[in-house]
Write a protein that binds this ligand. Sequence first.
Ligand code: G3P
Length: 217
Amino acid sequence: MKFFVDTADVAEIRSLAATGLLDGVTTNPSLIAKSGRKMSEVIAEICALVPGPVSAEVTATDHETMLKEGRYLRAIAPNVAVKVPLTEAGLRTCKALSDEGTPVNVTLCFSANQALLAAKAGAAFISPFVGRLDDIGQDGMGLIADVVQIYRNYAFRTEVLVASIRHPVHVLQAAKLGAHVATMPPAVIRALFRHPLTDKGLEAFLADWAKTGQSIL
Ligand code: G3P
């Protein structure tokens, strides 16, 4: 399973990339706004920090402008993946950019039929939003199960990128379903490392070690 971080905070990305466990980054207009920085600059900086795909989202809603924006964003760095919304214009743009060899991440997916359309449009990634579905009392992870099954049925190459992840249990469930990618806020990635028994066990090991008076180096 690939791990992407869902942020435009360069310091967080730098720190997580240092673990060697970060495969890519996703951003969206809200995250860019939160960074308070110029989009093209922050995307270029992020692309230099991680070798994997960095999703940069278009903000136009009509096909022609989306296509121009997508080409502009793709020219920032070779590892930019253009993110488009799951609308008719977005999928038309997805098809056009994919035909040019640009990886496209189709975002704001809330149904399996939408995911089917994105795969047919040649998307490199589909981003179903699990947390936002859970928020309104729907089954976010049920959607992931459906999309994984549908893509397997037809051997679509589109990767299922689980988005709007809120906690580590979402990551566990997505991994059990065989989703290709989880994009997580930095705090969720950091939470995956932690277990109270790890802390307790390490504390005991170190206390016993100190009693020996030894040092490895
Ligand atoms: O970047 C898309 C997605 O991960 C947004 O998550 O928490 O705003 O629903 P959230």
